[in-house]
Design a protein around this ligand. Sequence first.
Ligand code: RNT
Ligand code: ZN
Length: 414
Amino acid sequence: MSKPYQHAESAYAAIHIDTDKAIRAALAVPISIHCWQVDDVVGFEVKEAGLAGGGIMATGNYPGRARTATEARQDYEQVLKLVPGKLRLNIHALYAETAGKVVDRDALEPQHFANWMAWGKQHGVHLDFNPTFFAHPKANDGYTLSHTDNAVRKFWIQHAVACRRIAAAFAKQQGGPSIINHWIPDGTKDYPADRWTHRALLAESLDALLQKKLPGCVDYVESKLFGLGSEEYVVGSAEFYSSYALSRGIGYCLDMGHWHPTEEIYDKISAYLQFHKKLLLHVSRPIRWDSDHVVIFNDALRNVFLEIQRGRAWDKVAVATDYFDASINRIAAYTIGLRATRKAILSALLDPSAELQQLEAAGNNAGRLALMEDVKTLPFGAVWDEACDRAGIPRDRQWMNAVMQYERRVLAQR
Ligand code: RNT
Ligand code: ZN
């Protein structure tokens, strides 16, 4: 145990916080790594037609993008070595491996993810899943599950059903639930004349695809305010999905980047959790019109986990990262964002929530503000270092060397 940690331990003990306990709890919170930072959300499908857009685009062309699932998995292995604490992997349907054959999205099966399952097993990493409702000719109109054409809608319903079966297969093999998150890009650039029909159709489609209960497959729906090509109208808005999820007893997913640019999600958590049983957090960082910058240890992130700690709501929240930046080393992008997320979790677990809440209850608002300010300069860095040591992961300022070596040895050869 280092001297700085011993010092930190007593500094936190003075505000009645047990740093050992906080480290243990922080390392145990699962973070689901988004698989799509590694290849710029391109995926590994075998396609007949060319790529289509649909609300998502990574910018930048830093060398070393993973071009195959094997390369991607090699990259995740590197990431696992650099991020402390419990991790899962969140896979998108377009990361299917179909051995050179064209398999359309409605025909996907668990066998197309056999290598992913084997990898998860080998590394002790549980898998989550996402249907891919974009980058497909049938998403070109900007509508999928809410398309007015019955045939298109049916295709996407069938895709979601196929994906739910895959999540159930993951759950079965890993002996624990697999979260499946449904996000669709549906919406329009400009004022629609009819906002109603698509929303009615979306509710209908969701009911159809959720009809069958599948053991271990845990469904969430993700809302958005605006996206590329859906600047004015998004069918699956916050009001739509939070109401839908609540009325159907499924989960609701809050992405940190899916709100008005000045809006943050920390204040929403205690509101939703009065009524919803659980939330999925997509940890991201919005900048102006982009919702997916590399996550950093900023107030927006810290406040989210502080809220969870202050409400003792860790068991009601699942955490998954969601961002993509193709302009920098992708392993570093992963590591920075995942370490920042873990740091924010640890920092929240070191919050003197009980004492702050007592001060507030006693009407001592000056005392509350003073303590909130004072804890900001406690020696958090030493506790974080200790958490890294205990997890057998390099400390800050030590992991980047490993990334640069990996870049020279592996990424530069691609
Ligand atoms: C898009 C959503 C969604 C995606 C992934 C790739 O705005 O945030 O979660 O980022 O499905
Ligand atoms: Zn998201």
